[in-house]
Unconditional design. Sequence first.
Length: 601
Amino acid sequence: MTSPRFFYLKPHTLDTAGFAYGSGQPSDDQDVEAHRVASGRWSELNVYSVALPLASVSRREVAREEAQGGLGTSDSNRCVLHVASSAGNFDFGYDKELLQDLAVETYAMRLCKGHFTLSTMPAEMRAIHEAAYSAFHARWWGALRSLEAIGDKIGVAAVEETGGVPVFDISSMQVAQVSAKHVLDFVFYHDENCRPPPSVKFGNSIFDDPAGQAPAAAATARVSSNPAVTTGADPLQDSDDDSDSSVEEAAVPSQTRASTKRGREGDLTDFGLQVRARPRLSDDEASSAQLLLDGVPGETGGKGQFRASRLQNTVHQAIVNGTYSYMSSRLFVEHVQAQIELLAFLPHPAVLKGFFAWEFGTRGLSLLHFGRIDATCRRQLLAKYDMCDFSSSNGLPRPVPAKSLDDILAALDVLALLVEEVYQPFVGGVIKAARKFFLLQKTFRCTTDEEELADLVFWIDERLEKVRTCVVLGSTARCSTIQDEFNVAHESFVQVQNIIHERRLGSLQASTATTSLPPRGRNKHEDSFSSRTGAAAERVPEFVLNALPIAQGRKLCMRYLSNQGCRSTGPRCTFAGRGHFRTQQLSATVRKFIESRYGGL
């Protein structure tokens, strides 16, 4: 028989007004029959038992000695360490189960703030911290930044992010007071390589708390109630508490309001994607980027405009770099269309919209949409298409089929130039791998068959589509593995080669079967006569055709009446418009031609 386990239970659990100890043994149905231990202030009470779920008490287990001593049942407990003046060694004791080893982000959440140490025991606190850490660092779509969302998920009351937490800076050997919000933002966006929204600012380390987020700044930054008086602090701090809308409009600059409104652009956390951090802009570059956005109205829709969906924006923000990440979807496509020096292809609105969200393959965009065009072709295509209509009714044009491997390489060159300008290096690496692969193919492969080239282009489009797939799945690091697929030994390329070889073999077999069958109605005499006279290579003169008799809409087959005979034995001839019939009247012109060409009647 196993020894009983002891638990430190909360008030009223064992019919007591305060904390009490209970003992029991778990049963097979994961319940425990808890018996009140007669110790401490409850030593004179009668026996009391209650069935409790093991999960609710397992983290409140204590030692037998503590339960029988009844220390925790007292109204107030205070332990004072007394050190004698004499020299000696003192054994304070150490219990690793009582050590709370917290990550800095879990420490900044303060989810157990305000909880009594008796109501939340070390094991319970550790379970709360582990659950919060897992929710904060969940992979793919599960990562949560909001403390309210984390609290709802793990079942604890949410704690406000205001205020600061003391953090030890080992470089300076000092304790620094850092904003709890800054700690959470820094770990979630910087350490996890997520692109932060424009409203979130942080420095190079967790101790570089920017102005406006530090506790001191947050406590003193207020908007003046007088529209003519503004402070140097963030004017949006108390805008929600201000009842005067005119004060808010006067205090908030238009540039600040524009930078906080995102419209349909959304945050990457809407889809739970955590993408790699792009290179940060310098101050000059950031100001230049902001100048591009100043005065740009929000995306309000309308005919001829492009408004990207949330998923399109998510994919775009995961692969775009530098200045272009600050642009809205419509501004991006129009800005790219305006860069004529980069556009050796047709900058059709539908092509640029597909390029915005990297919609190759299944979604319609093809490598050949970026095929190189000359000035004459550009002039003709610009006159044919409406280049200002970015609405959904303006669909993708049909790309010009590739005539050789040079056309594929030219399209890869054009696409590589554009990708290098606006997208991150891991996207450009896929284009470079494709170009290198087909440059090598060109050295020993020179095909002009359009079907074979179409198969190769389709294979490339599938590889490019995988970039978008990796981004949607939240793993941009896997894009580097796509480069390995541009290899003659890769399974997908071998399948394409098999399809091409099967088509060639089928075409060869069909042509061989056609040339190997002798013509019907031919004999040795006819073959020798035809080869001798060369009649098979001559065309029938027009005046002879006009003199042929007609029956049932078909002209007479002269071979049918000749000594050679026709290869077709039915009433219809193998030649279109000719028929097999006998006539009583045959002109001298036709009779003479049959005798000279086909050896007589």
